[in-house]
Design a protein around this ligand. Structure first.
Ligand SMILES: Cc1ncc(COP(=O)(O)O)c(C=O)c1O
Length: 271
């Protein structure tokens, strides 16, 4: 006997963390949250699109082109220095790499000019975006972002119980910061900003964004996704990371998937 359960209710019941983490990458791309899940008589899930992403397509087709732009992968691959470091460490793959993890966090903290305790590592940044959504929206609320935006965090927020308040980009494709600020209300749990933005590739002025984050984070936390920051000439100057040392309620996400060409290696962090 089969029964169905609303996916959103199911996520809200107990299985949130385990299932939500598995669900997250799929949720990013689909109208998935509103679909029912089939359960068997014992309440187990015999099949779910949660697992779909992990099943290889058969047969796997090699890429015909070097550049695959729909995922913004770097066609050049990782730096040869990174490849040789990985080769050196691969035979030690049986060991948990706690020491190396802390070494990496130390290096990132120095690079970012923050304390090591401000860094949280993840398998790519998607996991951190989506976990943030799960933590912030367990009790509902709304999320304010640009439209169009990168939907990963927003989709998981909606699946967890949030309402999305989209604010159209301006004519020059930059964030409409005044309209976003006006959209923040007492129920807003998070503002999501992606700069440079995906899918438009557009930039929002640095000084205006600093001012916005600085002021609006007094009312509600702000998540700034800087996945593509590394493509800018003066990347470090364009980051919002300086706000962390000012004690502002801001989360900055970075990934090694784009400019560093390591999308398949899954390394990312939040500050
Ligand atoms: C804006 C943005 N943020 C985050 C990600 C997540 O990338 P990853 O999980 O590989 O770090 C992507 C990937 O395309 C992206 O475009």
């Amino acid at each position: 006997m089969k029964t169905t359960v609303n996916r959103r209710d199911w996520l809200k019941k107990g299985v949130l963390s385990a299932a939500g983490v598995m669900a997250a990458p799929y949720l990013t791309y689909g109208a998935f949250p509103s679909q029912p899940i089939s359960l068997d008589a014992n309440g187990n899930i015999p099949y779910t699109p949660f697992f779909k992403e992990y099943l290889p397509q058969s047969p796997m087709q090699p890429l015909a082109l070097a550049a695959k732009l729909n995922a913004n992968e770097n066609p050049y691959g990782p730096s040869p220095m990174a490849v040789s470091a990985m080769q050196e460490y691969a035979p030690k793959g049986n060991r948990y790499a706690w020491k190396e993890l802390y070494q990496l966090m130390d290096k990132i903290a120095i690079e970012e000019g923050v304390k090591q305790e401000n860094i949280m590592m993840g398998p790519g940044s998607s996991d951190l975006l989506e976990k943030t959504a799960m933590v912030f929206f367990q009790n509902g609320g709304n999320i304010v972002s640009a439209d169009p935006a990168y939907m990963s965090l927003i989709k998981v927020a909606e699946a967890t119980g949030a309402t999305w308040k989209p604010v159209p980009l301006k004519k020059d494709w930059s964030h409409d910061l005044a309209a976003m600020e006006a959209a923040v209300d007492d129920d807003t749990k998070l503002v999501y900003i992606c700069n440079p933005n995906n899918p438009t590739g557009s930039m929002t002025d640095h000084d205006e964004l600093i001012d916005f984050c600085s002021r609006v984070s007094e009312k509600t936390p702000i998540f700034v996704d800087e996945a593509y920051l590394g493509f800018l000439d003066d990347a470090t100057k364009k980051s919002m990371v300086s706000l962390i040392n000012e004690g502002k309620d801001v989360i900055i996400a970075r990934t090694f998937s784009k400019i560093q060409g390591m999308a398949g290696l899954r390394v990312g962090y939040i500050v």
